[in-house]
Design a protein around this ligand. Structure first.
Ligand SMILES: Cc1cc2nc3c(=O)[nH]c(=O)nc-3n(C[C@H](O)[C@H](O)[C@H](O)COP(=O)(O)OP(=O)(O)OC[C@H]3O[C@@H](n4cnc5c(N)ncnc54)[C@H](O)[C@@H]3O)c2cc1C
Length: 611
């Protein structure tokens, strides 16, 4: 029988330290001098599965369900018998959120419930769905239909799948997020003609209350046979089964507010190998129009390639979109004609690594060096310390874009890599460079056809800001999920990626590596840099509004998404047919009063997704 362990009053933060427990206000208000300490998350729960290793994948879920149901009964008991401790919000009448955490890569407070948080990484396993458990009418090929625990990361999936001739059809830039956590926010990459990570999910096993678990699949696209459903009852509690497309689509992008995703059925792709191709080639207006039309083969030809692209990502210089440089990354289908051109399999850094480079330099001698350069200059230059600071952080490059261009294996002639699997193309699972909380990231989904208008508007809007960020554009087609933020049939997602306020302020507040306090010009520069990314995200939002480009924002990232915007994009709440109200209706079906009282998080309240 799986079991759950509890870590008490655990101090916790998400991957990029944008959410901490205790939260910053509570830490600041604590009387440390007189021995007080704020408690962290009251119960951090972890599930352990070692003893069900030998079971088939559905039987495992069958044994996991009653354990998670027991966990929810334990929470009900906690709520019924609150213990008063100052600083612990565990009192009658105070709303109690039972949160779930995947890899904690969300920047937004979709994670970080103060009372109770289930760390779902333990729900990690994957196995082929046995033939007897597969519905004979299933449209999903038997040799590619797998069951994975909700806490299984992309990396485990590719490591399991690729030796068996299977592959992930898409992923975000990294394979770190979990299958349930990624789907929760409609995490996407840039696989052409494909949706987001949620689009590979074809069945959902959801634990919704002390006496309720569900198996949900689309109407007309069955996954499990009766024997499969029976296997889900292996632990003694039969699931309720729904073959209901509306319910399924709502639960796909669940925002951590629909119950615990114990497991999912996934349709994997056949293993394929693609050649990464990178080139630095200026972006002309007509090229942007080609991209906006979705003619990626014409784009590839324009970039000098005749193979079919299956992935395309564009990184632009926010200060010169039509300037001399634009960075194109494609994955190409190898052809016999290009066989001789194998290339070398060196690492291909992503844009975020320029940000991490800046962050790492912050704690070496970057700011001090910048300060000495500034001091050696005249008073006018000293009044604007930021450019020198950026150069000091980026090996004398004037901007993050320029650093990425120089270090990312681009080049005017282009560079080709040998054919690689999805797992090889996504060769790293983390991006900290050993520095905490260095990234700020906000993403804006638009109708792809409006790409040119959008890029021109946002670049004009960020022109006054220093170059600590880049814009990257990726593409998503017909994404599933009632609340997928990639809501346009053909979506382009524009991402602003740069140095976080937290890390700039941290560097400003501390001595550098040599132990000397930073000189005032460096501190002033860092404080100024700290304001750039939030200002950039605000400018992008205002520019898109100003140019009448409809957009939605990534649920899991930053940029001050609020309920007015959410209701405008997915509402109105007065219309039962609106996406938001259809999602809420599904939540009412899946969760009873108790479930609705515990399955929420600060973000879904702030977004006005749940009341
Ligand atoms: C370095 C970095 C790179 C990124 N790259 C991309 C990218 O390329 N594309 C993109 O779109 N986004 C990207 N993101 C954002 C990230 O992919 C999303 O925020 C994603 O949702 C994180 O997945 P996770 O497993 O960490 O889930 P978490 O952030 O831990 O959780 C997300 C939500 O899912 C819920 N949840 C998690 N597990 C379960 C479960 N088993 N049952 C029920 N609810 C659950 C949580 O409660 C929460 O509401 C990136 C983030 C970082 C930090």
């Amino acid at each position: 029988m799986p079991n759950i362990s509890y870590e008490s009053f655990a101090w916790w933060s998400n991957y990029h330290m944008t959410v901490t427990r205790p939260d910053v206000a509570d830490i600041g208000a604590t009387d440390f001098a007189n021995g007080d300490l704020p408690p962290g998350i009251v119960e951090l729960a972890r599930i352990h599965l070692a003893d069900i290793d030998g079971l088939g994948p559905l039987e495992r879920l069958g044994h996991i369900a009653p354990v998670l149901q027991g966990y929810l009964a334990h929470i009900a008991e906690r709520i019924a018998n609150p213990v008063f401790v100052p600083g612990v919000p565990h009192q009658p009448g105070v709303p109690f959120a039972a949160g779930m955490v995947g890899t904690a890569w969300s920047f937004a407070p979709l994670i970080g419930a103060p009372m109770s948080q289930l760390m779902c990484g333990g729900l990690s396993f994957v196995g082929l769905l046995p033939t007897s458990h597969r519905n004979s009418a299933s449209p999903y090929p038997a040799d590619r239909l797998v069951i994975a625990g909700g806490g299984t990361r992309g990396r485990e999936l590719v490591d399991w799948a690729e030796p068996k001739g299977l592959s992930l059809p898409t992923s975000g830039s990294f394979l770190g997020p979990t299958v349930a956590g990624a789907a929760a926010t409609a995490t996407h990459g840039s696989r052409l003609g494909f949706g987001g990570t949620q689009d590979m999910i074809v069945g959902i096993h959801l634990v919704a209350g002390p006496d309720k678990h569900w198996w949900i699949e689309r109407d007309g696209a069955p996954v499990l046979s009766d024997a499969g459903i029976a296997a889900l009852a292996d632990g003694g509690t039969p699931p309720e089964v729904r073959r209901d497309t509306a319910l399924f689509e709502a639960a796909l992008v669940h925002l951590g507010a629909m119950g615990i995703v114990a497991g999912v059925a996934i349709e994997l792709a056949q293993l394929a190998r693609y050649q990464r191709f990178r080139i630095d080639q200026p972006l002309k207006e007509d090229v942007l129009d080609t991209i906006a039309r979705g003619d990626f083969e014409a784009l590839a030809r324009d970039l000098g390639r005749t193979e079919r692209p299956v992935f395309y990502e564009l990184t632009i210089d926010p200060h010169a979109p039509y300037g001399p440089h634009a960075l194109h990354t494609l994955y190409l289908e190898p052809t016999p004609a290009h066989q001789a051109e194998q290339g070398s399999a060196e690492r291909a850094p992503i844009a975020g690594e320029a940000v991490v480079k800046m962050a790492s330099s912050l704690f070496a001698h970057g700011p001090s060096e910048a300060a000495s350069q500034i001091a050696a200059q005249d008073a006018v230059a000293a009044s604007d310390p930021v450019e020198d600071l950026i150069r000091a952080l980026l090996d004398n490059h004037p901007s993050a874009f320029d650093f990425y261009r120089d270090t990312g294996s681009f080049g005017a002639a282009g560079k080709i890599w040998p054919p690689q699997s999805w797992g090889q193309l996504h060769d790293s699972d983390a991006l900290t460079g050993g520095v905490p909380g260095s990234l700020y990231n906000a993403s804006f989904a638009i109708d792809r056809s409006q790409l040119r208008t959008a890029i021109e508007a946002i670049c004009a809007a960020v022109a006054p800001l220093p170059g600590t960020f880049v814009f990257t554009v990726r593409f998503v087609s017909h994404a599933s999920g009632t609340l997928a933020f990639t809501r346009f049939p053909e979506t382009a997602v524009i991402e602003i990626d740069g140095l976080s306020p937290f890390i700039c302020n941290k560097a400003a507040a501390h001595p550098d590596a040599s132990g000397h306090p930073l000189p005032p010009p460096a501190v002033a520069g860092l404080r100024q840099l700290a304001t750039v990314l939030p200002a950039g995200a605000r400018a992008v939002r205002a520019a898109l509004d100003g140019a009448s480009v409809a957009f939605s924002m990534h649920w899991g990232k930053l940029g001050d998404l609020d309920s007015a915007k959410v209701h405008a994009d997915y509402g109105p709440v007065s219309d039962p047919a609106s996406p938001l109200m259809r999602w809420r209706k599904a939540r009412e079906t899946l969760l009873d009063d108790f479930g609705r009282s515990i399955f929420w998080n600060p973000a879904v309240k702030q977004y006005g997704v749940v009341e």
